[in-house]
Design a binder for this molecule. Sequence first.
Ligand code: SAH
Length: 214
Amino acid sequence: MRLRNITGSREVIAASAYVVHEERRWRGKWAQLFENTLPIHIEIGMGKGKFIHTMARLHPEINYIGIEKYSSVLLRAIQKMEEEELPNLRFIRMEAEEITEVFAPGEVDRIYLNFSDPWPKDRHARRRLPSRQFLARYDVILEARGQLEFKTDNRELFDFAVEELAPAGWKLREITRDLHQDAVLMQDNVMTEYEEKFSAMGNPIYKYVIYREK
Ligand code: SAH
């Protein structure tokens, strides 16, 4: 998602208390930032932050961190927090490739990927957030019993993501190719912005939950 470059969005972000500015400084110390030892769940590529904001409201027993590379989109997430401030939610503006420099080994308890960019060209496969290269990074920061949840309406990206699991050493815990028809998985489903848009167009939503045995 790339919005028109909104004038002043960088300034708003730089001044926002909801954004963690020196994110590498907190590596291994995120509990200190939140001033508690609750589990940490992150969404990589949160966009305007509807999903993670709703999750943080529903789960005060979890600390949430939303990661987004574009200022223009992050700005919308900040505006949501200004309307409804939540103590257990923070944002980072960063490129996900650097994730192991921001979280220490095992520091994250759950990772969410929602409607990640498809990067359809083969030569860009390593940029896809569910690629084996990214799974190797998640493997470092995710706690041994932690899980990763991925949703998309893009069948090619989902098929690719499923094929990446075995070579990267991950296992499927749940999988559906039509989430909105799956009564069990829908029970605690929180819709993302893209999920609302694409399911309204009639697209099935694909989802998996993965883990590794450590
Ligand atoms: N999760 C939201 C937005 C999906 S669009 C939803 O489901 O509605 C994908 C988002 O991921 C975009 O906002 C894009 O800027 C962000 N993104 C893609 N690749 C990224 C990366 N490597 N690092 C950080 N953010 C990324």
